[in-house]
Write a protein that binds this ligand. Structure first.
Ligand code: ADP
Length: 254
């Protein structure tokens, strides 16, 4: 039986980059239903470029991306948005809306940009806010809450799209350690309880090790190692990858 049956997002001979100049690839990649898949690697290795291409925000230099075994190229954005939600760092920019209004924006694939919210839309908005514990912020201004709260409001907005898969670029960058842990716990709950598939980039290796079902290392224009955290974080691989001194590595990861 081919693994493809369980694959939700798949890349075949994918090369990513800018204006025809490759950054990473060609790579084959298969993200399975319900897993948390994390891209790690040194700065500038190409994690964000790969994620943006998987999210259909950047044209591949070569190769093909499939979502639910259908090519993403050529899909209508609103149809794609019902299956895939994407959170990049610009989602946190100031916004004069209330938190609930900001979350409701995530219903656009179903309502149209200026559409009226149905009872079902309202129910999905409420449920999404409850899933990531921001329901009590509904009437607060998006600009007047903490970074950690804002990050979860943005996550609720993505959940409102009722996606099968969520792609996040460095979602914990602006959070302090408590909020980082809480945010990643929310992702784990969504994956375990609701079968949501999550692909993210993280620069914090200890968090990647804790939250991921599988990790992929982007380095040297390729995916150097893909596997469970136990496998990828074993031996001196990570220390070599990041040119860490072995003693500090042991303190953090063993
Ligand atoms: P990472 O996310 O691993 O830090 P990026 O994907 O952001 O790496 O960047 C990979 C490479 O692509 C880097 O060399 C970076 O300078 C380059 N790059 C990033 N954005 C652009 C862009 N818009 N145009 C051209 N090159 C870019």
């Amino acid at each position: 039986m081919s693994e493809t049956k369980n694959s939700l997002l798949r890349a075949e001979q994918l090369t990513v980059g800018y204006e025809g100049v490759p950054v990473v690839g060609p790579v084959d990649l298969e993200i399975r239903k319900g897993e948390i898949f994390t891209l790690i690697g040194p700065n500038g290795a190409g994690k964000t470029t790969l994620l943006k291409t998987l999210a259909h925000q950047l044209e591949p230099v070569a190769g093909t991306v499939f979502l639910n075994e259908e090519e993403i190229a050529g899909r209508k954005p609103t149809e794609l948005a019902k299956e895939m939600a994407v959170v990049f760092s610009n989602a946190l920019k100031p916004d004069r809306m209330t938190c609930k209004e900001s979350v409701a924006v995530g219903r656009y694939p179903y309502t149209g940009r200026f559409g009226t919210l149905s009872d079902e839309d309202e129910a999905v908005i409420q449920r999404s806010m409850e899933q990531v514990h921001v329901a009590d912020l509904a009437d607060r201004s998006f600009d007047a809450i903490s970074d950690g709260q804002r990050q979860r409001v943005v996550l609720a907005r993505a959940l409102c799209q009722e996606p099968d898969i969520l792609l996040l670029d460095e979602p914990t960058t602006f959070l302090d350690i408590r909020w980082k842990a809480e945010f990643l716990k929310a992702l784990r709950d969504l994956s375990e309880n609701d079968g949501l598939t999550v692909v993210l980039t993280l620069h914090e290796l200890d968090l990647a090790q804790k939250v991921s079902d599988r990790v992929a290392c982007v380095r040297g224009h390729t995916l150097d190692r893909v596997g469970t955290p136990e496998k990828v974080f074993s031996g001196t691989y990570i220390a070599d990858l990041f040119e860490l001194d072995p003693e500090s590595y042991r303190r953090w990861f063993e």
